[in-house]
Design a protein around this ligand. Sequence first.
Ligand code: ZN
Length: 145
Amino acid sequence: MARNKQPRAASGPAQGGPEPGATVAEDALERYRERLQAELDELTVQAEELEQAANANTPEGSGEVGFDEEFSDAGSYTFERERDLSLSNNARDLIEKIRHALSRIDRGTFGRCETCGNPIEPDRLDALPYATLCLADARRQVRLR
Ligand SMILES: [Zn+2]
């Protein structure tokens, strides 16, 4: 009567393990690529507009701003120009990050921390698709600065 219950499939799913390289599923990867590409296009336009705004000191064509007026306003003018330049630098910065992320998609390293090699948290990647570090390493880097 003793039924021999042999645990045949006891060896479990011990084989395989995490595959190197396949951190993000391919369809998700495509979505990230589209998001990044769209953001890149937008930022490129933005950066160009900001640079043009910063470089075009004289509001040509408006004709309404007199010479004197322009001079009395010189202070805020410089400020605005500086603000535009720093904004465009930020945009350029972000553009670089996004380009880097896109090349990581091409190379199959997207979603992997560049410091420790572990997968970047999906939540983090979703919020910052151009993140190159896992949360722990990103925090460490901020502290080092
Ligand atoms: Zn890491």
